[in-house]
Design a protein around this ligand. Structure first.
Ligand SMILES: Cc1cc2nc3c(=O)[nH]c(=O)nc-3n(C[C@H](O)[C@H](O)[C@H](O)COP(=O)(O)O)c2cc1C
Length: 316
């Protein structure tokens, strides 16, 4: 039987399949429920400095086959309430706590509260495309100098591993990856949702309550893979510091996991697939992954990692 276990800074997991942020990780009950599935690790809903309500609906729709659109508005219980959960609950799987803030001070404050309550590692959500409607300049993940500032400040404030979660909505993702890694991130998570909009022709207006939204699900998987490949290649060429990549975007099957790993990912996250398949998806995907590895002679995840990059190496 293939060995599916993986270790990345702060997270030793029995398989590389993690719950993606925002999809079921907003409360202790939800996290325990996913921990009881075959997930290897959990990422929490993004936690900010103060409690936030959801945007007016609709906040999440299946707009067409394989396309999920959402603008939830980062609803979360706030750092103080979530710190209680982290300090009081024992989860049976490693937990990566996702955090966000409107500015560097917010990020540092939430990071310190999570770290003091016992968080094992943090994912910095730098990339939400709808954190403030109409305020594109506030999207930290699209501005390398702001990424550098936030990651440096959080790195100085806490000792636990940090993963920078990147947006695909930039022209060259290696620039943002470089800013995050040079500022001290231990790893990268990518991708967050792709900026989108959908119109209801009968209503004559966008279908999502927030008007602007982010797209996820199988339709974005090749985009996500391309971003992972661009970063992996830059690491191979020495243009970026080497660091683990946690890949995500549309993963629905064991073969999808293999695709991300062959492009250099160390682990993956799964979000939208749970909207269709709930937490049983983890068992199904891990079975398919293990079956593929057995049938194709891969004994462990690292034996497949990055092999699809060989044919890309000549690209300039
Ligand atoms: C309903 C919903 C809520 C999300 N909330 C968050 C969030 O709070 N923080 C975050 O970093 N990403 C959030 N995401 C993005 C996912 O974590 C993931 O990056 C993206 O959906 C791509 O993966 P997928 O296609 O497997 O869903 C959310 C996605 C969805 C669909």
């Amino acid at each position: 039987m293939a060995d599916l276990s993986v270790g990345v800074p702060g997270l030793d997991m029995h398989n590389p399949l993690m719950l993606a942020s925002g999809v079921q990780g907003g409360s202790a009950g939800a996290l325990h429920r996913v921990a009881a599935s075959d997930a290897g690790g959990l990422v929490t809903k993004s936690i900010g400095p103060v409690p936030r309500e959801m945007y007016p609906g609709p906040v999440c729709v299946e707009a067409m086959d394989s396309v999920i659109l959402n603008a939830m508005g980062l609803p979360n219980p706030g750092a103080d309430a979530f710190a209680e959960i982290i300090s009081n609950e024992q989860f049976s799987k490693p937990v990566l706590v996702s955090i966000f803030g409107g500015d560097t001070e917010n990020f540092v404050e939430v990071a310190q509260k999570m770290s003091e309550s016992g968080a094992e590692a943090l994912e910095l959500n730098l990339s939400c495309p709808h954190s403030k409607p109409g305020s594109r300049e506030l999207i930290i993940g699209q501005q390398p100098e702001l990424i550098r500032e936030v990651v440096t400040a959080v790195r100085d404030a806490v000792d636990i591993p940090l993963y920078a979660k990147l947006t695909p909505n930039t022209s060259n993702i290696t620039i943002e990856a470089k800013a995050a890694l040079e500022a001290g991130a231990d790893g990268l998570s990518l991708i967050n949702t792709v900026s989108a909009i959908e119109v209801d022709p009968f209503a004559g207006r966008p279908i999502i309550g927030n008007l602007l939204c982010g797209m996820s699900g199988p339709a974005i998987r090749p985009i996500a893979q391309r971003k992972v490949a661009e970063i992996s290649l830059a690491m191979l060429r020495g243009e970026l510091p080497a660091a683990p990549i946690i890949g995500m975007g549309g993963i629905c099957s064991g073969l999808d996991v293999v695709r991300f790993v062959m492009l250099g990912a160390s682990a993956v996250q799964i979000g939208s697939a749970l909207i269709w398949g709930d937490v049983d998806k983890f068992k199904e995907i891990s079975f398919e992954l293990s079956e593929f590895m057995d049938q194709n002679g891969y004994q462990n995840i690292s034996s497949m990692q990055g092999i699809a990059l060989d044919s890309l190496e000549g690209l300039s």
